[in-house]
Design a protein around this ligand. Sequence first.
Ligand code: GLP
Length: 233
Amino acid sequence: MKVITVKNQLEGAKIAFDLLKEAMEGGSKTLGLATGSTPVEFYNQVVQSDLDFSEMISINLDEYVGLDGSDDQSYRYFMEQHLFNEKPFKENFLPDGKATDLLAEVKHYDSIIDSHPIDFQILGIGANGHIGFNEPGTSFEVTTHVVDLAESTIQANARFFEDESQVPRQAISMGIASIMKSKEIVLMAYGEAKAEAVKGMIEGEITESLPASVLQKHDNVIVIADEAAAKLL
Ligand code: GLP
């Protein structure tokens, strides 16, 4: 893993943007995208750029179960607000949180990922080391799956909702095995709350108790961390 320490999210976003630009110049066609506060500035950089996405495909990591794409807490809505409305892609894939048959949706999402191998994957990291919504204890072998969110994740994400009771308890997430197939992975981490997870991911043992530690087994991962998130390294 290559680690780049930056002063703040803006500096990190500019570096991630340059990496994306380079990947697109090198022929990358399919982007794996993440939500959360971490990639927001990165998406701003993309929106302000002259990069053209009309021939690009995006595949997002996850979506809350029970939320429709028009719900302002859904990840589809987030992506539209922060990126897709400004930068039209050829196609944008996210799991359907309103699917009546969740298992069928899981299979369908796996087939989407199989037919569009991810060239460039953006990741954030949860304070408990989750990537996507792959919570501690998730098998490294798993592909798309329905997840019961960890209590700590529900609490962490409550800040985006009116109150904690409104945070969905389940999500559909791309699995760790699928994330690991991406050709290049750029993981951003900002703030002191991520410091323990970042240390474990980079210097700890590779363990399903800290999902992001699996990235030590990937040969093309760049971690962009601010000083607070990198302070235990
Ligand atoms: C969320 C998302 C992850 C994200 C992480 C960190 O629950 N499912 O994809 O990386 O938690 O969120 P944030 O960037 O807001 O700290």
